[in-house]
Design a protein around this ligand. Structure first.
Ligand code: GLV
Ligand code: GLV
Length: 327
């Protein structure tokens, strides 16, 4: 009997890796089924697809036309990420399915990680760590592991959204000038940070550090290709904590090997979880396994955002955190 009553309630499928606690927001409103992997998701859809009203997914789950077609009652896809390139937005829009993401709550964590990469590349942290552990360190030396000074240099932000802004603010605290290339001008922020908006080529040409904070779209895929990388200074650092395919990794490996760039710090990769072998072999790179938002507090807050969006839409309200529209 209980089973019958429960089966009338909306069903929400949520990736099992998303923290539990916040999902209690759905208590009494919807049944929640968790899936640990693609196979379990597949089985849930095969058994209960027509009943599914909400979907909470990680950025590694592709939500495409084929998946949406099997969920005719779906009302919302709640992405556990700020970047939502894993969701086919036009297909969702055609079906009237809301798509939400987790902005704001991960901004500081991601900006901190971006700065960890900038500093690690500039000051050769990985090489230094290896030497300190190697048993080969012969003691202080005036020319040992000389890095690159950042104070007084120029930081170019590609994409001045929330995360780009937070990285720029930290850059000011490090005594850097800020320039940016972005779809929208941010005049108030320009005044506050004494920042200048430049064309892409110009921003690349003046920067000591170039940091990418753009969404992945058809326009930004391979934005940093061989030609654009060639506009960067040979003593500059490229950092990417946004999405891997924005950088042409083959071209970046060539640029690093050819001495066209000082170094690169990458949290994201073109073909995750594969890491480009030439970038992995390079002493000029610091490579991380997509951990920009990976703090305990942020991952918990991201789950709260997923839960509040599922709750709103299943309860007939507009979602608080819809992905930005086109335009
Ligand atoms: C992580 O990459 C995110 O988009 O949240
Ligand atoms: C999204 O890209 C953001 O900066 O919040």
């Amino acid at each position: 009997m209980e089973a019958r009553a429960r089966s009338d309630r909306p069903l929400v499928l949520v990736d099992a890796a998303i923290p539990d606690g916040p999902l209690t927001a759905l208590d009494g409103l919807a049944d929640v089924a968790r899936f640990a992997d693609a196979e379990e998701l597949e089985r849930l859809i095969a058994e209960r697809g027509p009943r599914v009203r909400g979907l909470g997914v990680q950025l590694t789950t592709a939500v495409d036309e084929a998946l949406l077609a099997r969920l005719p009652a779906l009302e919302i896809v709640a992405d556990y990420a700020v970047g939502y390139d894993n969701v086919d937005l036009p297909a969702a829009a055609r079906r009237g399915v809301a798509v939400t993401h987790t902005p704001d709550v991960l901004t500081d964590a991601t900006a901190d990680l971006t700065w960890a990469l900038i500093l690690a590349v500039a000051r050769r942290l990985l090489e230094a760590d290896r030497l300190a552990r190697s048993g080969q360190w012969a003691g202080w030396h005036p020319r040992q592991l000389l890095g690159r000074e950042l104070t007084g240099g120029t930081l170019a932000i590609l994409g001045l959204g929330r995360i780009g802004e937070a990285v720029a603010r930290r850059g000011r605290a490090f005594g850097m000038r800020v320039v940016y290339w972005s779809r929208s001008a941010r005049p108030a922020l320009e005044r506050e940070l004494e920042a200048r908006r430049l064309e892409l080529r110009e921003a690349l040409g003046v920067a000591d550090v170039v940091s990418i904070h753009l969404p992945l779209t058809d326009e930004t895929r391979h934005l940093l290709d061989a030609q654009r990388l060639a506009h960067m200074r040979s003593d500059a650092i490229l950092v990417n904590t946004a999405r891997g395919p924005i950088v042409d990794e083959e071209a970046l490996a060539d640029a690093l090997e050819g001495g066209q760039l000082l170094g690169a710090g990458l949290d994201v990769h073109e073909r995750e979880p594969d890491v480009h072998p030439r970038l992995a072999a390079s002493p000029r790179t610091v490579l991380l396994p997509h951990v920009g938002s990976a703090t305990v507090a942020t991952r918990e807050r991201m789950a709260e955002v997923v839960a509040r969006n599922l709750r709103a839409v299943i309860g007939g309200e507009p979602p608080p955190d819809p992905v930005p529209g086109p335009g």
